[in-house]
Design a protein around this ligand. Structure first.
Ligand code: AP5
Length: 191
């Protein structure tokens, strides 16, 4: 199995591209944001606890998402690899993922980082707020906080992965199709 991280700030297109890439390359798309929103929609105790953290644009505790991902890794069969979207988001989550994969004789093979201008991120999320109903898209201050949290807590993972030789920057500006072609070229190199 070949395993990819799709990485980048809020609004960089991780979710949009992951759905298309997972279909094209038979990858299992695991999005912790989608999993958490599913808990909220289902009205679970976990969802109730996490929803106020998410609506402020803060990160939920590491152990919550690590447990979610571990459960999904073990229940997945028949795909060519994993495409992790929105996970890991801290260095501690990255180390936990490496451990989870290592004990299953796998590794993170490539980190695809979408590079998008700040103004474009904000523009995309404000536009999405009109249809998404996501509380974290509705308030521009929460969007800015999500970008700040990304810079403070998530961006350090790039250096961590660069040192492991798996960092692959990808231009995330332009049309969805053009970005998809760029990402597809990187993925093909690994398969
Ligand atoms: P999560 O769901 O992961 O949200 P995010 O990282 O803020 O990412 P977004 O979904 O906002 O953006 P995206 O990069 O996926 O872009 P998208 O493709 O949607 O996390 C939400 C919250 O959950 C976090 O804040 C945190 O509280 C919690 N959480 C999740 N994972 C966690 C973890 N591991 N640890 C701790 N907490 C965690 O695109 C955005 C919009 O732009 C869409 O409308 C799309 O149509 C549009 N668009 C995409 N590409 C283009 C393009 N090329 N041109 C024009 N528009 C485009």
């Amino acid at each position: 199995m070949v395993n990819f991280l799709i990485f980048g700030p809020p609004g960089s297109g991780k979710g949009t591209q992951s759905v298309k890439l997972a279909e094209k390359f038979n990858l299992t798309h695991l999005s912790t944001g989608d999993m958490l929103r599913a808990e909220i929609s289902a009205g679970t105790d976990l969802g109730k606890k996490m929803s106020s953290i998410m609506s402020k644009g803060e990160l939920v505790p590491d152990e919550v998402v690590i447990e979610m991902i571990a459960a999904r890794i073990d229940s997945t069969k028949g795909s060519s690899g994993f495409l992790f979207d929105g996970f890991p988001r801290t260095v501690a989550q990255t180390e936990a993922l490496e451990r989870m994969l290592n004990v299953r004789k796998m590794k993170i093979d490539s980190m695809l980082v979408l590079d998008v201008d700040h103004d474009e991120l904000v523009k995309r999320l404000i536009l999405r707020a009109e249809q998404s109903g996501r509380p974290d898209d509705k308030d521009p201050a929460v969007i800015e906080n999500r970008i700040d949290v990304y810079k403070a807590k998530t961006e350090p993972i790039i250096e961590y992965c660069r040192q492991r030789g798996i960092y692959q920057p990808v231009n995330g500006m332009g049309t969805i199709d053009d970005i998809f072609d760029r990402l597809s070229r990187q993925i093909k190199k690994q398969l």
